[in-house]
Structure formats: C-alpha cells, structure tokens
Design a protein around this ligand. Sequence first.
Ligand SMILES: [Zn+2]
Ligand SMILES: [Zn+2]
Length: 341
Amino acid sequence: MFQLLFSYNTFFFLSLLPHLFPARTVPGNFINHSPTATWHNFVGLIDAGKGQNFSGVSDLKKYFHRFGYLRNDVVGNFTDEFDESFESAVVNYQKNFGLTVTGKLDAGTVTQIMSPRCGVSDAVHVSKKYAYFSGEPRWGRSAHDTLTYAFSGDHMIDYMKISDVREAFRRSFSRWSAVIPVNFSESDDYSSADIKIGFYDGDHGDEEPFDGVLGVLAHAFSPENGRLHLDIAETWAIDFKLSESKVAVDLESVATHEIGHVLGLAHSLVKGAVMYPSLSPRTKKVDLKVDDIEGIQALYGSNLDYHYCSLIESDVSSGWFIGINPLNWLTYLVMVVGVLL
Ligand SMILES: [Zn+2]
Ligand SMILES: [Zn+2]
C-alpha cells in the first residue's frame, strides 16, 4: 500500500514549529526547539539553493521521496546536487505546509522538515483541508458496523501498564465512534481482529522501517488493511506529569491520528486537525476538529447521536475558525439552527 501511495504521489505529515520562526532564524535557535535526532543533520543545509552540491542533499532527497515529494524514477540516483527536481520538491513541500515559497532550504522549511511526524506519505493537496487515500478506500458498508481491534502479544512496551495502554486506545477509538456510525470493540484474538496494533523496532517487515527516537513516530495502513504500528524507540507517555523526558510523545494523540488513517483519512494540512502530519514532543492533541469530523463523516456518514454545537463553540473559542471560508460558516450556522430546532 505504501508503494501504491508513493506511485500516486500522495503523502502526509505533523509539525507546529515553522510559524514560530522567521525565515532567517539562525540555525542555533531552532536546534533547541526541535530535538529530532533522526533528521538533525538537515540543519547544515540551511540556505542551500539550486545549482550547487551540498553534502546531505542526497539524504534529504530520500526524505522527500519517502514522503511523496520526489517521484519513483529518481530512486537510486540520489546525488548531492540541488537540481531542478529537488527544487520542485522543495516548492511543493513549502506549498503543502503553508510556508513561504522560496524553493530554497530556508530556516523555516528545514525546521518543518526536522519535526517529528507520522510515517505515512503526504498527499499533494489542492485545498487546505482533509484528504483521503488514493481511491478513497473505507471499511465495507455492509460488512461492518463494528470493527474489532487487538494488541499484539509480542510487540508491546514494558514500561507502561497494559491496562493504561488499552484505556488510552479505548478513548482514542471512542472519539471517532462518537461522530460516525461505526463502533469499535477490543478483541483477544489478534489474528482475526480487523485492526492490529503493536510497537515495533526498526525494520519490522512492512518496508517502512522505524528510525529511532523522534523522526517518524508511527504509521498505519489504509482500509481495509488494519495495521497500526508505533515506533518502540519513542518515549511513549500517557500523562506528561509522570514522564520528564523532553522527547516524550503522547500515545493517545498519536493513536487518535493513526486510527484516522486506519479508517481512511489521509493527512490534513489544517494545523489544528488531528490528521495534521506532525506532532511536537510533550504535546497533546486528541480532540477531533471540524475538519477531521467533516472528512470522516463524508466517508462513513454521521452518527445520529452526534451534535455539532459543543464542537463549534470550542473551535470558535480557540480561534481555530479564523481563515475558514465564509460559506462554511453559513453551513455551520444552518446546522446549529437545525440542532436547536
Ligand atoms: Zn499520519
Ligand atoms: Zn509498520
């Protein structure tokens, strides 16, 4: 499925840092803010531009290829030259993340690239909202209104109580089942469960190896595959008060995001959305936003018990609605009136 995604040039993502830094921030400023071990070396490429050779560009080409910005036909030919195809990858990346489009590796762009993220490839977005995988796959309409999930007996973490992990996932699943007519039920039978969850180390047999601390945090496959994998090298946390690590990653936030993929959502470029591809360490982002809900309901329909009111109030109060198309406002107002009536 990942190969299929790459070949269609689709992809995904997660990061909160670039808007915090002006385009010319000096490198030292953001090393402290983005402790991503995996992609740390990219900091040396700041201000690299077209037509020259820079040590490390070949690694960044691999990165862009992995996440859907360079086509398959350049595989195996990654040089350190900042060539035309690499420049267009940089431009597409900048457009996708709402960065200033310079075609150069300015500080804001490199900061975004270095941010911890989901391992699922990004889609080239035509509009800044939710997206689906190629072909818009979803779980079968007639076969399921309850999907089962199970944890791998052999691939769990040992520094956290299994009951706490199960409870975090139960809460994550319930956020999605609250808005669509699909229920989730935990099963003891891993082999027959629809959704299979586990923590994996490095190369684990699905051609999407994990990369150690930060970098790629997790990945999941599109419907009806059901695999949801988390990088065992991360310092997973459920309560940051109990984990002092600077690189602790919130399990429930990542679980909620990856379940979105399992159900058929690709990455959204709405920064507040759960389906945004990057997530900073020690950050909790578990509540579905309007963008997430619109996306998943367009795929599965709406849960009749679900009402928009509280969510709209919360999105408005958090300022998330700023910049949304006025026509959408009208839609929401009509819905609010409908609910009140
Ligand atoms: Zn993702
Ligand atoms: Zn995997």
